[in-house]
Structures are given as structure tokens and as C-alpha cells.
Write a protein that binds this ligand. Structure first.
Ligand code: ZN
Ligand code: ZN
Length: 275
């Protein structure tokens, strides 16, 4: 894919909104370094453009309850400059300016601060809410978040649950993708640098899951063949391994710019401003 010249292009800002610690290596990438605890980034993304209201993708761990991560045996931390208010302020924005929240999914580190955005319509796949209440991924769906969202469904205009792919604005496409969770969603954005795909936790670590590396010989073998330039190892955190691998393949096949939620490769490759 490349830039679509018939559609508007948009800018994406990488919002660095916290760190998650105590994560097991084998949770990060399937069968990678069990017993090794790592610290990972936590990003949200801001989409801006001349013809659209500011859009935020995911809202992170609940800021006044970072210890919610301890339910998973992990830690959540946030420096003052990682607070959402600071990160939005860098671009002259306040919570009230954000008109749309998109969720890649509703896990504990993605959907904790929706209540801070009074004017935002919250959009995500209906299947994700169904999955979130089904007790299939334990504490990854905190009741604090999910009961809030269920209440918001009854506020007219506040929540839009989608059942299929949707072009939200020309050049901004929402696409439900199973794998990491049943109702995950990719957000595909036309930028001057090509198609950017915000893929949530479908990919945790692009290098380990998709590129030649010393851990997974099958990926190294793929990488030697130009026709199969990427591997498709799943993260270690999925509800359906087959769908999780399919999700990795899809992102890598479509995206010029891969934007996962926790992969520091994003900062290394693009800095904080894309397009
Ligand atoms: Zn997740
Ligand atoms: Zn996550």
C-alpha cells in the first residue's frame, strides 16, 4: 500500500503515556524468554487533519489508579510528562477538544481514561464489549472500565458500536480484526508517508514477531526469501492463536507504517510525529 492520492492525508502524533513493568517475556512474544520480566512503552495516538476533529486512539491505564496493573502481576507508571493532559497540551489540545475516541480494544492499558473526555464519541467493535464481559481474559478487562462503558451506551450519542468495517472519514478506516481479542480493531490512516495502521496489541514487538531475529529460526528463514519478507509469530497474549497470527500477517501486508501500542520501535523509526 502507499499514499492514496485521491483522499486527504492526516498527521499522527505518538503520545507516550506510561510504562508497564513486570511483563513476562513469554507474554510479550509467544514462547520468548519465559521468566524474564521486561518494561514496555504504552502509547496512545492522536490523529489530526484539516477536515477532521482531533481523534485519539486509546486512552491508556486509568491515571488515578495505575496500581490496577497489579491485578495482572504487572506495574503501571507514569511520569508527569506522560500524563494525557501534558501529552495533549504539547499540541495545544485539552480533553474537551477531542471529539472521537477510537479503541483498538478495551484492555486495562487501553481504555482507562475515557471519562476524562467529555465531548468525545467512543467508537469500537460491539464484539469487543461482548468479549469484555464474558470473563475470558480475566483482569485484563477491569470492571471499572467496562461498567463505565456500559453506562455510556445509554448516553445518547456517546458510544458507537460498529459491526463491520467503517470509513470514519475519507482516508481513515476502522477495521475489526480478531486475534489479540475477539473484538480488536485496526485503525488505518492515509498519511503523506503511506498507510499507517494502528494495530493495538496485534503486534507487541515488530522485530521479534515479524523480522529476522536470533530467537525464531522460522522467521529468519522467511526473511531470507523476498516473497515472504516477514514472519508471523503471535504475541503470547491472545484469545485465538490462529486469528492472532492472521492478524499479524494482515498488518504486515497492508501497513507502510506499523503503529502498535507498546513497541518502542515506533519512536526509533518515526519519532513522535508522523505524516
Ligand atoms: Zn491488549
Ligand atoms: Zn496493551
Amino acid at each position: 500500500m502507499a499514499v492514496d492520492k485521491n483522499k486527504p492525508t492526516y498527521q499522527i502524533k505518538v503520545l507516550d503515556i506510561g510504562d508497564v513493568g513486570g511483563l513476562d517475556g513469554s507474554f510479550w512474544v509467544n514462547k520468548w524468554c519465559p521468566g524474564t520480566k521486561i518494561v514496555i512503552a504504552c502509547y496512545a495516538y492522536l490523529i489530526t487533519g484539516e477536515s477532521i476533529p482531533p481523534i485519539i486512539v486509546d486512552t491508556g491505564i486509568k491515571e488515578d489508579q495505575l496500581d490496577i496493573m497489579e491485578r495482572l502481576g504487572m506495574t503501571g507508571s507514569q511520569r508527569p510528562d506522560q500524563k494525557l493532559s501534558y501529552q495533549l497540551g504539547k499540541y495545544g489540545l485539552d480533553f474537551k477538544d477531542i471529539k472521537v475516541i477510537l479503541h483498538t480494544h478495551l484492555h486495562v492499558d487501553h481504555a482507562g481514561n475515557d471519562y476524562l473526555f467529555p465531548n468525545a464519541k467512543i467508537i469500537f467493535p460491539r464484539k469487543e464489549l461482548m468479549f469484555a464481559v464474558a470473563d475470558l481474559m480475566d483482569a485484563q478487562y477491569p470492571p471499572e472500565y467496562i461498567t463505565y462503558l456500559v453506562e455510556q451506551i445509554h448516553v445518547p450519542g456517546r458510544v458507537r458500536l460498529i459491526d463491520d468495517a467503517l470509513e470514519l472519514f475519507p482516508g481513515i478506516d476502522l477495521e475489526p480484526v480478531e486475534g489479540h481479542t475477539w473484538g480488536s480493531m485496526n485503525i488505518k490512516v492515509n498519511t503523506k508517508k503511506g498507510l499507517a495502521v494502528m494495530c493495538g496489541d496485534v503486534i507487541y514487538d515488530e522485530r521479534l514477531q515479524c523480522h529476522k531475529n536470533e530467537f525464531f529460526p522460522e522467521i529468519a528463514k522467511h526473511a531470507e526469501q523476498p516473497a515472504f519478507p516477514y514472519g508471523d509469530r503471535s504475541t503470547g497474549n491472545y484469545w485465538n492463536l490462529w486469528a492472532a497470527k492472521a492478524g499479524v500477517q494482515k498488518v504486515m501486508a497492508e501497513a507502510d507504517i506499523v503503529l502498535p501500542t507498546h513497541d518502542r520501535l515506533v519512536e526509533e523509526k518515526y519519532g513522535y510525529e508522523i505524516g
